[in-house]
Design a protein around this ligand. Sequence first.
Ligand SMILES: *Cc1c(COP(=O)(O)O)cnc(C)c1O
Length: 339
Amino acid sequence: MDTINWSELSFGYMKTDYNVRSYYRDGKWSDPEIESSEMISLHMAATCLHYGQEAFEGLKAFRGKDGKVRIFRMRDNALRLQSSSRGIMMAEVPVELFEEMVLTAVKKNMRFVPPYESGASLYIRPLLIGTSAQVGVKPSKEYMFLIFVTPVGPYFKEGFQPTPMVIMREYDRAAPLGTGTYKVGGNYAASLVSGEKAHEMGYSAVIYLDAKEKKYIDECGPANFFGVKNNTYITPESTSILPSITNKSLMQLAEDMGMKVERRRVPEEELATFEEAGACGTAAVISPILRIDDISENKSYYYCKDGKAGPISEKLYHKLRAIQYGDEPDVHGWVTVVE
Ligand SMILES: *Cc1c(COP(=O)(O)O)cnc(C)c1O
């Protein structure tokens, strides 16, 4: 690598210098090891390969105008990985170890943190997998926890762009008492067919309804859903959605802006009443929704009538990005400055 064209980065994988690993054996996590290889050596009967003992996280580091690098809400990601671990019976990574390894992964790859002006950032991907050989269905005794990083471009290359999304009633992502609240690969495998179909039809994402009653909004594939009306930020409460840290942050910012915040079930009919709607997650912060088509019911819900994101989505988006890049004070203690 000599020079990276920061403005042409996509949300893809680029090799960086190092990754960081820790191994769980005999009930203990090893000291973190710094690796330059992108490969892992794995037993062919490892539980992650056969029985889906795999969970991951996604967070970002941002370079500010002052040149400092800031990591957003890493403690929340550490706690969520612990929750995912309990959900599929994996060893829990201690919060301190998680934070130490995130900091090491960023520091060892400092030259890959994009410059402030580019609008790009460093994506951090922690991964936890069951590694011991098992043929019977049982949790692994040994685990590997690994963190790699890769620079990613700004999600919106042509500015903050609303896109159409779709409700596909013939597919579910997660069951009400299943694994939807955990960030595990299995949920993503379950969403690939519908996701690809949606893309082929020109939609940016699938909006899932609750799998049991098909009445309430769950989430948008890899992002949470929110709607805005009457100065209120409304986001679904459900036992099958992933607790998004971006959504939690937006709820706080909406409250700070004097809005009401409601976390409750959102029936599909309510889509017709929202002034604005969006999907939220680490990748894009907010993806404003242009239109939602419920194709088998022949219904459509329209937002952004002028093709532009609504004023509240726009304001929340800029506010959160400003905190992440250090342009505005971090009053909620969300940011860790890499020293
Ligand atoms: C990761 C993820 C999100 C977004 O969470 P953030 O913490 O905001 O990045 C939303 N839904 C699902 C299913 C996810 O896996």
